[in-house]
Design a protein around this ligand. Structure first.
Ligand SMILES: C[C@H](N)C(=O)N[C@@H](CCCCN)C(=O)O
Length: 539
């Protein structure tokens, strides 16, 4: 009886996983918006005049305010002071505001407006940033790209704030329980968001045969409204939990700037943060160019579209198959009976193969790349659960970096050799993308749950914020650098499907090599100092 009275929401598995689902769905929507223009880089060049540099500058702008105005640090402080539920709703509201601005920038209403004229004549540089050599705009950048960048900067503040809030929320609901599995599951849903974006962004842009890039962004805006609703529902669950536990997030353990000292003096923290920036800089910025890289390296002959409804239904069938891959794979993690687990995994793998075959038949670069996050959906929770029960987080970081290097080098040197082979090129592309997907499971599934082992629970929000801040420097710099390197290494190329991607890919592989070296150092430091990174979370 006494035990029953003391039960709180987080003691109920259904309630804790519902709380996670709400937060994860909000992240799912935000990951769709984050990459909404990535699969239509070619259309942005054709219909809005964005060359690779303009595209890269706009993509990198997402994290500009986080990095150079230190917004993420403030976000960490807000999170530590105001708690998870307040910050979750705030971040969703900020994301929605930025999304609306970005949508307006790419609509036809913006073209020819006085705002466009103003942006064309102004903000070619912003003195304070220009002096630092980090101006978010440049002379001659299309006005639509500049204004879209402004919206994306606002969105990025909300999105990164949401990222740290969700991690902190998971620690709050799952600490001492299936924490890495919960983090893995949240990231799996986020990866499904990226896959959804790769399929539906071009779908909406080309809907009905007339091209409209703003339609894709409008789809993202609707999702951001859904994300806001999810965080509001979470707000009430979280409030109920606090009333049950008697914890007042806002009052207990107040954040002090001096707490930052504790984080900054931890060598383990620095190693994880540096590894994070190197690894993620080779993944997220790549994601923004990957569809175009495939368009440039594969000879794709799109089958003639019989009718609008025929092609739309193929897209939808392919997406449903993708959902089956994800759902069956995900559900297999929760099966206690080995036979059920194997049946679900078999369904998932057969659906994955069907999905790949359809991608081949459709000859579409976006649906080929959409397979990237799928393996991550399948195995991130499995790996999360492995870290919970067996540990080995540092070793997984090393393996993830090795796979990353191998994949970028394959894209750079092996894929182009198969440009004239219709089948060979696509098989190599799929295989490499799937391996990259598994690397993208290994690293996040082991990296994020390691942070609570390195710092005190009281400063965990600030620790995540600091790691994100360091990571955001790479997420700003590398989309921009890829665009610049692409323009410089392809002088005179005007066809957006004819770029040579070798130089940017070598640059990304080098980041992987640096991450690998740091992985070895981290493992040695872990052994020497007993940080517990190789230890399981559940003892
Ligand atoms: C881009 C973002 N800063 C990031 O690092 N995202 C991670 C997830 C971190 C955990 C969020 N609760 C990712 O792997 O997507």
């Amino acid at each position: 009886m006494t035990q029953e009275i003391q039960k709180t929401l987080r003691d109920s598995a259904a309630m804790r996983w519902t709380a996670l689902l709400l937060l994860a769905l909000a992240m799912f929507c935000s990951y769709i918006f984050m990459d909404i223009l990535s699969p239509i880089k070619d259309l942005m060049q054709e219909y809005r005049g964005w060359d690779s540099t303009a595209f890269g500058t706009m993509q990198g702008s997402e994290v500009f305010l986080n990095v150079f105005v230190f917004f993420l640090i403030f976000a960490g402080i807000i999170l530590d002071k105001m708690g998870v539920r307040f910050t979750a709703v705030l971040s969703a509201a900020v994301m929605l505001t930025g999304a609306i601005v970005k949508w307006y920038a790419v609509t036809d209403y913006f073209t020819g407006s006085s705002l466009e004229v103003w942006f064309n004549n102004n903000l070619n540089y912003i003195p304070v940033f220009d002096e630092l050599g980090v101006s978010p705009f440049y002379e001659g950048m299309p006005a639509s790209a500049k204004f879209a960048a402004c919206g994306f900067m606002i969105f990025g503040c909300g999105c990164e704030m949401a990222g740290i809030t969700v991690s902190r929320g998971i620690v709050k609901w799952f600490k001492g329980r299936e924490m890495a599995l919960a983090m893995g599951s949240e990231m799996a849903l986020a990866r499904l968001g990226v896959a959804t974006c790769m399929i539906f962004s071009p779908f909406f842009a080309k809907l009905g045969g007339n091209i409209s890039v703003s339609r894709s962004v409008a789809f993202g805006v609707v999702l951001m409204c859904i994300a806001l609703i999810m965080t509001i529902v979470y707000f009430f669950m979280d409030k109920k939990l606090d009333s049950q536990t008697g914890e007042a997030e806002e009052k207990d353990d107040p954040f002090k700037i001096s707490d930052l000292g504790q984080i900054l003096t931890s060598s383990g923290f620095w190693l994880v943060a540096l590894l994070c920036v190197l690894y993620y800089s080779a993944i997220f910025p790549f994601q923004k160019y990957a569809v175009n890289m495939l368009q440039c390296n594969l000879t794709l002959v799109e089958p003639s579209q019989d009718s609008f409804w025929a092609s739309s239904s193929v897209t939808i069938v392919q997406y449903v198959i993708m959902l089956v891959v994800a759902a069956a794979g995900f559900a297999s993690n929760f099966q206690k009976v080995k036979r059920n687990q194997l049946i679900l995994l078999a369904i998932s793998i057969i659906s994955l193969i069907t999905y790949c075959y359809m991608g081949y038949m459709r000859q579409s670069a976006e649906s080929i790349f959409a397979v990237f996050p799928l393996l991550a959906v399948l195995i991130t929770p499995i790996l999360g659960s492995y870290v919970d029960h067996k540990g080995k987080a540092a070793s997984m970081l090393i393996l993830g970096s090795v796979l990353l290097i191998a994949c970028h080098l394959t894209f750079a040197f092996i894929l182009p050799l198969f440009k004239d082979s219709a089948v060979g090129g696509i098989i190599i592309a799929y295989a490499t993308i799937l391996v990259l997907g598994s690397s993208f499971s290994l690293v996040p599934a082991s990296l994020w749950p390691s942070v609570p082992k390195l710092v005190d629970a009281k400063v965990i929000g600030s620790a995540y914020a600091l790691i994100f801040w360091i990571q955001n420097i790479g997420l700003w710099l590398f989309p921009l650098l890829i665009g610049k390197v692409l323009d410089k290494s392809n002088p005179g190329v005007t066809d957006p499907t004819k770029f040579d991607y070798t130089a940017p890919l070598i640059m990304l592989a080098s980041l992987g090599i640096a991450a690998l070296l740091l992985g070895f150092v981290l493992k040695a430091v872990d052994k020497k100092k007993g940080l517990g990174l190789e230890e399981p979370n559940i003892k």
